[in-house]
Design a protein. Structure first.
Length: 287
């Protein structure tokens, strides 16, 4: 008889922005006690509001097995890393900057028990490189969630060179317990999803830049012709042009010229046109 996949009883999330709140929500509605640690009280309050809103939406859709109040009774926020002391798993979800992630992961590890697991939600940075900075690299893995987390059915499990076989199997079972599908990849620049997704998006940007077609028509071609749920340019707006630029620059440095960021992307980021979060990117989001 196959055992039911289980998630850790207590899960921590470092960073309560859009992704971190989504990760917290995913574990919370499956029965875990969840703690989000943020850099200050204002950010922690924002994380609290985001998770509460997500839980309320789940309740409205009828996807909770308990009331929203009961789920939220297991959720808390903090500005103190000591709050992670009882966690079986902590997922780091800070901005996509290598030095920032290293500092954050090392600080979290100092507050974890020896048998606790640590994961990064990085979408492109070297998981092996991050693991090399930790005292227990075998307890570290990449868990690349996708935005928006509640609607996405995919988690990319990224194995560092020193990730233990036990953790590799356990991370896949966590994904199943969350009601999502795991894609397991060995550490490489951009993994599988970001590498392919960014390659398509950069070419779509070049086509806009060269006047081949409008952003609307390029996206329609991929949605209608290839059954993509969202076109590459609208996806870029949702992810954030600044985030996509950072990933492209990293892939350019590691994989070569085919990932060189187009000038149109650099120009839009310089003008503050970052996509949905600023109201304008390749599309107008003001409505």
């Amino acid at each position: 008889m196959t055992a039911t996949p289980a998630i850790p009883h207590v899960v921590g999330v470092l960073g309560g922005g859009r992704m971190g709140a989504g990760i917290a929500h995913a574990f919370l509605i499956k029965g875990a006690t969840v703690i989000v640690v943020e850099r200050d009280h204002e950010s922690a309050a924002g994380a609290q509001a985001r998770v509460a809103e997500a839980v309320a939406k789940s309740a409205a859709r009828g996807t909770l097995t308990e009331s929203a109040e009961e789920a939220l009774s297991r959720f808390s926020t903090s500005t103190d890393y000591d709050s992670f002391v009882h966690c079986g798993l902590v997922v780091e979800a800070v901005p996509e900057d290598y030095e920032l992630k290293v500092a954050a992961l090392k600080a979290v590890e100092e507050h974890l028990s020896a048998d606790a697991f640590l994961a990064s939600n990085t979408s492109s940075l070297s998981v092996t490189g991050l693991a090399s900075q930790l005292r227990r690299p075998g307890n570290f893995v990449g868990l690349h969630f996708f935005n928006p987390v509640p609607a996405s059915t995919l988690i990319e499990v990224v194995l560092a060179k020193e990730t233990s076989p036990e953790l590799a199997a356990t991370a896949k079972s966590w994904t199943e317990a969350l009601g999502k599908t795991a894609v397991v990849v060995n550490d490489a620049p951009g993994f599988a999803s970001s590498r392919l997704g960014v390659a398509i998006a950069l070419e779509a940007m070049r086509m806009v830049e060269e006047g081949v077609a409008s952003a609307e028509d390029i996206d329609a071609a991929m949605v209608l012709g290839y059954k993509h749920p969202t076109g590459p340019l609208k996806t870029t707006d949702i992810v954030g042009l600044d985030v996509r630029l950072g990933i492209a620059e990293y892939l350019h440095s590691t994989l070569g010229e085919r990932f060189a960021p187009p000038q149109i992307l650099r120009d839009k980021v310089a003008r503050g046109e970052l996509g949905r979060k600023t109201g304008k990117g390749f599309f107008d989001w003001t409505d």
